[in-house]
Design a protein around this ligand. Structure first.
Ligand SMILES: [Zn+2]
Length: 237
């Protein structure tokens, strides 16, 4: 795992597959030292993330919440461990919670031919353990961090996929609706591709200054334009 600082108060922990974003309220100019994690990396990532938090001079005991963009194992794998160790609240869309809790199996993605090689190359991650979910959210719900975070429901990748928008800071966490490779684009491995394309179009109107994708590099320059371009190319905007 390596740690990158995107901007003051925003860091990313990167794993061979998967990444987790850390929001530090003080570092971003807020009034307290609370920490929020967006996604939690693959199974076993919890201890590494805690070490990464310490490496930034912060205390993982200040981890107040883990917001999960969706129930894939490379995003929620470390969540149960972190929630147990630090008492953090786990936040997810109400449609995604049954998958995270293992009450219902998550439907498999409908793969395009072009996605098959990537699918084969990235399979083999251990499945995530069941994860408790303390707070169920839906579209438009606020969360108390980043000057007022807003949930954006982005179904398609999975039924309860969400993005998290921090309008005050111009930061957008997209989950796997968006990936960054050679450019900003629609992610891969969607359960309902047409719905994912519609979700990408929806995100493209938010005009973020900082785009934090589910996979790939964070975009801090011309992010809004790159997202609109992705929606035109891949989303049918
Ligand atoms: Zn995913």
């Amino acid at each position: 795992m390596d740690t990158l600082t995107v901007r003051p108060g925003l860091h990313v922990f990167r794993f061979p597959v998967g990444q987790a974003y850390l929001w530090h309220e003080n570092g971003a100019g807020g009034a307290d030292g609370a920490l929020t994690l967006v996604d939690a990396g693959p199974v076993g990532a919890g201890e590494e993330i805690a070490a990464g938090i310490r490496g930034l001079g912060l205390d993982p005991a200040r981890l107040e919440r883990v917001v999960l963009t969706h129930a894939h194992e490379d995003h929620c794998g470390g969540a149960a461990e972190l929630a147990r160790a630090y008492g953090a609240e786990v936040v997810a869309h109400r449609w995604e919670a049954p998958y995270l809790r293992h009450e219902t199996p998550l439907p498999p993605p409908v793969l395009l031919d072009a996605e098959l090689p990537i699918w084969e190359a990235t399979r083999g991650l251990p499945p995530a353990p069941p994860t408790r979910v303390n707070r169920l959210v839906e579209d438009g719900d606020p969360l108390p961090f980043g000057g007022g975070a807003r949930i954006v429901h982005t179904p398609g990748h999975t039924p309860g996929s969400i993005a998290i928008h921090l309008p005050l800071h111009g930061v957008l966490f997209t989950g796997d609706t968006v990936a960054v490779t050679d450019r900003v684009r629609l992610g891969v491995f969607h359960i309902d591709r047409e719905a994912a394309r519609a979700s990408l179009r929806r995100l493209s109107v938010l005009g973020p200054a900082v785009l934090c994708p589910g996979h790939g590099e964070t975009v801090t320059e011309d992010a809004a334009a790159a997202l609109v371009y992705a929606a035109e190319r891949d989303g049918g905007l």
